[in-house]
Design a protein around this ligand. Structure first.
Ligand SMILES: Cc1cc2nc3c(=O)[nH]c(=O)nc-3n(C[C@H](O)[C@H](O)[C@H](O)COP(=O)(O)OP(=O)(O)OC[C@H]3O[C@@H](n4cnc5c(N)ncnc54)[C@H](O)[C@@H]3O)c2cc1C
Length: 415
């Protein structure tokens, strides 16, 4: 690479940071990915459900979410929990979430999310060829056990078709046809054939390899501040006082982005949304299509011979304790849909937990920091970070070249 290549420092080596680094390196940048944790244990990207979901065109903030959330708060095993606490940032986040949980907001975002997802889906297919990882293109099954759940999902399927997405409402016979080798206890569901899945760890390793082959480097360090002079970031400063200089800086710190954004003068509302996963090794009755279990909000993903089962959304600040009652809720829900499995299959398994970086309007933050020409934010992807990783990387690379992202994604939209 020529000495004149622009240098870009990316803070955060999760899926968003790595995708940004890969697309920048491909367009000729010298990239350095800085992460404080080389093991990746803290990153939310490692052992998530691995689903690529154009079917998720409804933002997290949507009508009915608050009333459902309040009902779930009363049930210790439910898939949602908000830990009540005195915290001004949480109060502001909740207020913005409340303001955006309406039909107008959903209508304003659905096409944007669809377009981002479809572009990302195409980029995944290209990346699978370039970087050699396994992309399973069999769609996603949304499975329902209640009439009310099936009715809701049938309406989602209709909305998906109005947006030009493929969605097939299925009865039990059609589900058996799609999943002939696995018993599933569901009264029906919806098959979204354009969705896909992969093993996120395999994808992240492939990205790291690709970045290294393009000359990118990986640095273990914790960034605590930025030095800004004349409306440009000059360097990122680490805990030990070391400075990392570059032409451009990308903040992709997931749920930990807000304090760093603050040092750029940017208020970036993000709450950590904790989720858990289990990976059942060498599973017996292995489904071939990934699924979401409507009533328990549990995700089920075959990964090679293994099966990953994940769920819960706990708005808990950035703390990573494990709640065994909620874990039991995930297992119960999964075994209720897949009767070949029982609680004992999970006895020896260690749960993984990750913090989804949740913005209050359900849209990611992708854009330049106002008034600072060389600082870009890529964060707040909540439950879509893997799915939107490649399109985010492509957008970050465009922003560095002088492009603009959609204003609805602007990191300064909350002031
Ligand atoms: C159970 C579960 C299942 C999920 N399933 C899916 C799915 O199927 N599909 C999907 O699209 N999404 C899914 N998600 C969401 C997805 O995992 C996240 O949106 C995504 O991983 C966020 O990626 P990120 O790169 O923004 O953040 P992270 O992966 O958390 O990466 C941020 C990185 O920044 C580093 N960092 C932070 N601050 C600093 C600092 N100051 N200095 C240096 N380094 C720093 C951290 O160490 C971390 O490695 C799931 C999440 C969970 C919890």
């Amino acid at each position: 690479m020529s000495r004149q290549s622009p240098r870009t420092v990316i803070i955060g080596g999760g899926v968003v940071g790595l995708c940004s680094a890969y697309f920048l390196a491909k367009s000729g940048h010298q990239v350095a990915v800085i992460d404080r944790d080389p093991s990746g244990r803290e990153s939310c990207s490692n052992r998530n459900a691995g689903m690529i979901v154009p079917s998720h065109f409804t933002p997290l903030a949507a009508p009915g979410v608050i009333s459902q959330g309040l009902k779930w708060m009363l049930n210790r095993k439910s898939p949602f929990y908000l830990r009540p606490r005195f915290d001004l940032q949480l109060a502001k986040w909740c207020w913005q979430f409340f303001r955006h949980s309406n039909r107008r907001h959903v209508e304003n975002c659905s096409e944007l999310l669809r377009d981002l997802s479809l572009e990302s889906r195409c980029l995944f297919a290209e990346l699978a060829d370039e970087l050699s990882f396994d992309l399973v293109e069999r769609g996603l099954l949304m499975l329902c056990q209640s009439e009310a759940g099936l009715k809701e999902e049938t309406e989602v399927a209709e909305a998906a078709r109005r947006l030009g997405l493929q969605a097939e409402v299925c009865g039990p016979a059609r589900i058996r046809e799609l999943e002939p080798g696995t018993r599933i206890d569901a009264i029906g569901g919806v098959w979204f054939p354009q969705d896909a899945h992969l093993d996120p760890e395999e994808f992240l390793s492939a990205l790291r390899r690709g970045i290294a082959e393009l000359g990118g480097v990986f640095i273990t360090d914790q960034i605590v501040d930025f030095r800004v002079t004349e409306q440009r970031v000059h360097s990122a400063v680490s805990l030990s006082g070391e400075t990392h200089c570059a032409d451009f800086f990308v903040l992709a710190g997931g749920a930990w982005s807000p304090p760093l954004a603050k040092s750029l003068g940017l208020e970036l509302p993000i709450q950590g949304g904790k989720g858990y996963s289990f990976t059942l090794p060498n599973s017996g009755e292995l489904p071939v299509i990934c699924s979401l279990l409507k009533e328990g909000r549990v995700a089920v993903t075959p990964m090679g011979r293994d099966l990953r089962v994940s769920g819960t959304m706990e708005i808990c600040g950035n703390e990573l304790s494990i709640d065994p009652v909620r874990l039991a809720g995930i297992i119960e829900s999964f075994c209720g849909f897949y009767p070949a499995y029982s609680k004992t299959d999970f006895e020896e398994l260690e749960p993984w937990e990750g913090l989804r970086p949740c913005s209050p309007d359900g849209l990611p933050y992708i854009g330049k920091v106002r008034g600072i020409g060389n600082a870009i934010v890529a964060s707040g992807h909540a439950m879509l970070g893997l799915s939107l990783g490649p399109v985010t990387g492509r957008l970050v690379s465009d922003l560095v070249k002088g492009g603009e992202a959609d204003r609805r994604l602007h990191p300064g939209r909350f002031g």
